[in-house]
Design a protein around this ligand. Sequence first.
Ligand code: DAH
Length: 363
Amino acid sequence: MDDEQLQILQERAPALAALYTTGRSAILEARDMMTLEKVRVAVLGRKSPLTEMLRSISTAAPEDRPLLGKGGNMVRRVLESLVEEREAELKRAALSESLEHERLDVTLPGVPFPAGHEHLISQTMREVEDIFTGLGYRIAEGPEVELDYYNFTALNTPPSHPARSAHDTFWVQEPRETMPEAVVDADRGVLLRTHTSPVQVRVMEQQRPPVYVLCLGKVYRRDSDATHTPMFHQVEGLVVDESITLADLKGTVHYFTEEFFGGDRAIRVRPHFFPFTEPSIEVDVNCELCAGKGCRSCKHSGWLEIMGAGMVDPNLYGFVDYDPEAVSGFAFGMGVERMAMLKHGIPDLRLFYDNDVRFLRQF
Ligand code: DAH
């Protein structure tokens, strides 16, 4: 409605003009959708003065009727479109307001989620595993609850053998004490494996030479002090093929130490005894901390003991039906905790199992 139209209305139908001006300002002043809706009902609703006036045109003086009818409808249309405009305006304002305040910047850095990682013992096992699978070894597994037969007897350690007592075995079922007289047979005892060596026998039972396997896993002994935990981890290697010699064992171990510890490393081999290898050796690697001069870490010897090893005792082949004249082999075993301690300079074995993240996070 332009000014001229409004002026005509004010002169000739002042009540209608007043409805228009008050309605208009009420609409324009509405600050939110709820108020606007109330205003709309009051100004344009069925009970609003404007509707009442339009409804009562028939009772007005005949000469006023055309103006009231035309003017009234025009006022209604204009106010209706004002309501629509105001509504659109309020919606737009609400949107930009929420865009302003609820803005989500997807490029902002997120809240960091603390990610864990493998325990150093697991990492160390994976490293050793990688080195040997790189040489073509296969990974073998065996049970942690093991038969006496595999843990001792078939490893050339018969029931009366003194080497058994050195193992501080956890018995699950001790043969002599718990079994009926008729089945007393030390081989049938059940225990928590004291080393990973029983997997050697299980592998040889399952396959013919050539054998190149590595077994990593938990072992158990009744021991607990600064240098022993009742559960710890070992890595076992077994090779059986044609004409394998001690030189192959030394070459393999030397390659492994350089890969695992890094740098040029020297190894030293000392004679030792294990029931299942003949000859048996212990292998040392040179101490890098003191360059061989002797320090606390190598107990002033310049060398660090890393594993037991040897040529597979031909007696073992008798248990698995291999021909000792046709094949020969070597085996080695090492403690994973010890390897990790030597590699990372960790002073106390118990740190691995205290579950203190300040320690674990460093690796
Ligand atoms: N099983 C031995 C132990 O726990 C370690 C060992 C020594 C394993 C010599 C071997 C080996 O395979 O040849 O003390």
